[in-house]
Design a protein around this ligand. Structure first.
Ligand code: GLC
Ligand code: CA
Length: 563
């Protein structure tokens, strides 16, 4: 089914610094380890499973995989609650398994990026257990953010801070003090004013970089530096736009950049330098790109495309803004359509503009039955467009199969803390985390030899890898073709090693429903959002449908070389 790549794609540990910029134009594939492949039939995806599927990933043509957390975790938040930053959860494997996975990936020409989660630990982390066992004011408590309560008997939380998962961001402990958690109660926030915390993460980065890891995705990167001065300030912006002067008490403060400058010095000790990408979930602003400065992380996720609906004006605006705001920052552009935190893009694009996604999910997808063909057409078009944009593209496992969101997971099977913490108002993120199908049959559609930790729907079988493999009209083959052609066109058009590839210009298509842009290397991308076919001129290099001819159907995109 899969083909191995020629040796010249293999990455040796002594790759020269000229390859240090590989991430600027990379296609990076996100793996949610528990849901990718299960090697020992316990229903949980693991490192052995990922390792066995590396040839599939190499044949997909991607440059790197990003592994969401595989560290020891009680799973209060899908692995983003960690008890040891330098080990592997025994259910997922061992450090030796990790080394073997990394070595195999490098042999196949794939780089490996891992998640680093510095804002919080698990409540089961030895540090937090020690903090609970120690008195107020003790050094153990100083690693976290403990405060006395307010009100006459201290029974009110220390401030109005809210958790992203619902409810107060403060939890009271048996001795009456409160601790801060911007996410689940089981994820106490670390105190980054404490030098011990800073040193610990520097050592953690070295621990993994020494093993050969190529880069890091930094979780909630903008929230480490907080204004903890007394009295605690009010939190005005939970998920809304942040002030542009870095004055929010909790997010995107000026001081957070010092932390990343210190990380950069560590990354640059390696050859090639380790890459990093920041996650900041607040609405993108011109400040978002500061994390991508070359003396900091180099890249930051721009989620504005992922947050856009299927609408030419929205797509056009976010692309323009991203490219404009990014100018002047030496870092790399990023594009994302799907991740482990949002409903899959095929499903999103089949819903009318303005649909309340949360309400739709809460109805188990029954509030409006989506047209699967529309979903599939639009998802394919968006991918073809994203892969034509300058910069790097992040894919999320299963999107290459055209998977839809599993909107009807039974509520008693949900694992995302969001469901409970919002009093069942929000269903949460499990619908995009269902273990992916590899074969049309079997206990878990080839995910493992038995079941899967989240129930897979019947229709998953028809989307399986083996069903799509070799079928030219399949989503999987479109991804393979598009990624290969992108690589080829870039190689042909590159002006030198590490070509930043920022050349991009909108071209007037004559129809606001049709987006058209030119790349500096002589080809164009056209996306038809209108209800009518539009003529294609020039040499068609790639199209998101499999129809031949000189017309571009509605909800379709193409790459064209003008003649
Ligand atoms: C990030 C992760 C998300 C997690 C949160 C807390 O947003 O992507 O999955 O729940 O951080 O760690
Ligand atoms: Ca397993």
């Amino acid at each position: 089914m899969t083909t191995l790549l020629p040796d010249d794609r293999a990455i040796s540990s002594s790759s020269s610094t000229s390859s240090g910029d590989w991430w600027r134009t990379a296609v990076i594939y996100q793996i949610y380890p528990r849901s990718f492949a299960d090697s020992n039939a316990d229903g949980i995806g693991d490192l052995g499973g990922i390792r066995s599927r590396l040839p599939y990933l190499a044949a997909l043509g991607i440059d790197a995989v990003w592994l969401s957390p595989f560290y020891p975790s009680p799973l209060a938040d899908g692995g983003y609650d960690i008890t040891d930053h330098r080990d592997v959860d025994p259910r997922l494997g061992t450090l030796e398994d990790f080394d073997a996975l990394l070595a195999d990936a490098h042999r196949l020409g794939l780089r490996v990026i891992i998640d680093v989660v510095p804002n919080h630990t698990s409540e089961q982390h030895p540090w937090f257990l020690a903090a609970l066992a120690s008195p107020p004011g003790s050094p153990e408590r100083e690693r976290y953010i403990f405060r006395d309560g307010t009100g006459p008997d201290g029974s009110e939380p220390p401030s109005d801070w809210r958790s992203h998962f619902g409810g107060s961001a403060w939890q009271r402990t048996p001795d009456g003090q409160w601790y801060c958690h911007l996410f689940a109660r089981e994820q106490p926030d670390l105190n980054w004013d404490n030098q011990q915390i800073r040193d610990h993460f520097i050592e953690t980065l070295r621990f993994w970089a020494d093993r050969g890891v190529d880069g890091f995705r930094v979780d909630v990167a903008h929230s480490l530096a907080k204004d903890l001065s007394h009295p605690l300030r009010s939190q005005p912006h939970l998920d809304s736009r942040l002030p542009l002067d870095g004055s929010d008490p909790l997010y995107d403060r000026e001081e957070v950049h010092e932390i990343y400058r210190s990380w950069r010095t560590v990354f640059d000790e390696y050859d090639p330098p380790r890459m990093a990408v920041a996650e900041t979930w607040h609405p993108t602003s011109s400040r978002t790109y500061l994390y991508a400065r070359s003396d900091e992380l180099g890249q930051v996720f721009d989620f504005s495309l992922l947050k856009a609906e299927w609408h030419p004006g929205q797509f056009r605006d976010v692309i323009t803004r991203s490219i404009t705001d990014h100018a002047g920052v030496d870092g790399g552009l990023t594009w994302v359509l799907s991740s482990h935190d949002v409903p899959r893009h095929a499903t999103r694009y089949a819903l009318p503009v303005g649909t309340d996604l949360d309400a739709w999910l809460s109805s188990n997808g029954t509030a409006l039955v989506i047209d699967e063909e529309t979903a599939c057409r639009r998802a394919r078009a968006a991918t073809v467009m994203m892969l034509a944009l300058p910069g790097s593209a992040y894919l999320y496992q299963g999107e290459e199969l055209g998977l839809l969101e599993v909107a009807d997971l039974p509520t008693d099977q949900l694992r995302d803390p969001v469901y409970e913490r919002t009093g069942h108002r929000l269903k949460g993120r499990d619908g995009c985390r269902v273990p992916i199908p590899w074969t049309p049959e079997g206990g878990s559609f080839g995910f493992g030899d038995d079941g899967a930790w989240l129930p897979q729907p019947e229709w998953f079988g028809s989307c399986a890898v083996s069903v799509q493999d070799g079928r030219p009209e399949s989503s999987l083959e479109l991804y393979r073709q598009a990624i290969a052609l992108r690589r080829e066109l870039r190689a042909a058009g590159a002006t030198g090693p590490g070509d930043a590839d920022i050349s991009f210009a909108w071209v007037d298509s004559g129809d606001p429903q049709v987006l058209r842009f030119a790349r500096g290397d002589g080809w164009e991308c056209i996306v038809n959002f209108s209800a009518n076919p539009v003529p294609l001129h020039g040499e068609v290099l790639l199209r998101s449908d499999s129809r031949p001819g000189s017309l571009l159907a509605p909800d379709t995109a193409a790459w064209v070389r003008p003649v």
